[in-house]
Write a protein that binds this ligand. Structure first.
Ligand code: UD1
Ligand code: MG
Length: 419
């Protein structure tokens, strides 16, 4: 494949977020917008990424670290100007450059790959990603000639009444030939209603030079939604929620309430597992087949659940490895622990994993029975086939096949209340 470079435009202000943070470091499902964009490029096998930063750039650099190269845009003079800042870095290179908006975070890597492949196959010097919107207000419009070919892009603010009727919009995501892009950038002028250098003008410039340009219409037009305010941030979270939950359902997982189940990125769930409502499952968790999770439960990072595991209602688990057939049915916190097979953890049991300085492990063996309301003061290890009496505070290891009781004996004083 040809060399492909990506530019992520991440210098803008994001005034409408009303925030002390850069818009681009706001999160969807725990991951910053701009990081999502960079990860999309990487998943589309584009690893050479240049971020154009400006406003609050320290925050953006803090998030992206050394996963990208940085170029600074000192004044925000438009999207064309943003890309001009990268010209030096692109000079002398051949191949394709894709341009991405830092605030369009849920584009799929497959869509990006498709854009790049079509651009290469069709030998186009510029290929734009477009979408058909019922209400195209605010977006640049795609102007096509009689032959159906894309001629230019006109911004909302520069469009005439007829052009405003056009429903095909510019997503702000492109694949360009590097050399021809550099030549076109030299010809950009800020002669428009906003006095900005528009990247979109490159299309017209290339057309006038007789270079072939094209467009790919995105199938699922929620992919190219951008974030400008907190309402849109919530809306995109919702779109992503449906996409992720739908993915698991297609893979054979039952999700009782698609709107109230919060599964983060890179989670694996086996078939016939049932997820009850109001359950949150964080990044990278692995859940086996035929498990039952929730309602109202919280599966945090670092958890691995084998098959046939039950994590019932109001349970929080973190860095927990849970063996086949084990149950944590109600109201527990089990953090930093390893639990074997076919063990039952009684209601209200918790691991005391943090002493204010360090986190410690609780290890519980196979076939054990833990009564209700037990505290495991970690580090502590419980052998196989053991029985822990309800209400115990376990501070010492328990050998296999043992009973452990760690609580005050009850004293009954008969007749005491009559005196
Ligand atoms: C742009 C497109 C428009 C398209 C829309 C899709 C232009 C002229 N118009 O409009 O056709 O429909 O995106 O969302 O390109 N940025 C910088 N430096 C700047 C200006 C912007 O880095 O000087 C960054 C912003 O942070 C943002 C991106 O570029 O990530 C897009 O800029 P924005 O001002 O939102 O462009 P739109 O007016 O939405
Ligand atoms: Mg925008």
């Amino acid at each position: 494949m040809e060399e492909v470079v990506a530019i992520v435009m991440a210098a803008g202000k994001g005034t409408r977020m009303k925030s002390n943070k850069s818009k681009l470091v706001h999160k969807i499902y725990g991951k910053e917008l701009v990081k999502r964009v960079v990860e999309t490029a990487k998943k589309a096998e584009v690893n050479d990424i240049i971020a154009v930063v400006g406003y609050m750039q320290d925050q953006v650099r803090d998030v992206l670290k050394d996963t990208v190269y940085y170029v600074e845009q000192k004044e925000m003079l438009g999207t064309g100007h943003a890309v001009m800042q990268v010209a030096q870095k692109l000079k002398g290179r051949k191949g394709k450059v894709i341009v991405l908006n830092g605030d369009v975070p849920i584009l799929r890597p497959e869509t990006l790959k498709d854009l790049i492949n079509k651009s290469i196959e069709n030998k186009e010097y510029a290929t734009c990603l477009t979408a058909i919107y019922d209400n195209p207000t605010g977006y640049g419009r795609i102007i096509r000639g009689k032959d159906g070919n894309i001629k230019e892009i006109v911004e909302e603010k520069d469009a005439n009444a007829e052009q405003k009727q056009i429903q095909e919009i510019n997503a702000g995501i492109y694949c360009f030939d590097i050399e021809e892009l550099l030549l076109a950038l030299e010809k950009l002028t800020p002669n428009n209603s906003q006095g900005e250098y528009y990247l979109t003008d490159v299309i017209k410039i290339m057309n006038e030079k007789g270079l072939k340009v094209g467009a790919v219409i995105v199938e699922d037009n929620t992919e190219i939604l951008g974030v400008n305010d907190r309402m849109q941030l919530e809306m995109l979270t919702r779109v992503l929620r449906l996409r992720i939950n739908g993915y698991h359902m297609k893979n054979g997982v039952t999700i009782e309430d698609i709107n109230n189940t919060y599964i983060y990125d890179d989670v694996e769930i086996g078939i016939d597992t049932v997820i009850h409502p109001n359950t949150t499952i964080k990044n990278g968790v692995t859940i086996g087949k035929n498990c039952e999770i929730g309602p109202n439960s919280y599966i945090r990072e670092g958890c691995t659940l084998a098959d046939n595991v039950k994590v019932g209602s109001y349970v929080e688990i973190k860095k927990a490895q849970i063996g086949n057939g084990t149950k944590v049915p109600h109201l527990s916190y089990m953090g930093d622990c390893k639990i074997g097979k076919k063990t039952n953890i009684g209601c209200g049991t918790i691991t005391c994993n943090y002493d204010g300085f360090n986190k410690s492990q609780t290890v519980i063996g196979d076939n054990s029975f833990v009564g209700s309301n037990v505290n495991f003061v970690a580090p502590v290890e419980i052998g196989d086939n053991s029985f822990i009496a309800a209400g115990s505070t376990i501070t010492e290891d328990v050998a296999a096949d043992s009973l452990a009781i760690a609580r005050q004996r009850q004293i009954n004083k008969e007749g005491w209340n009559k005196k």
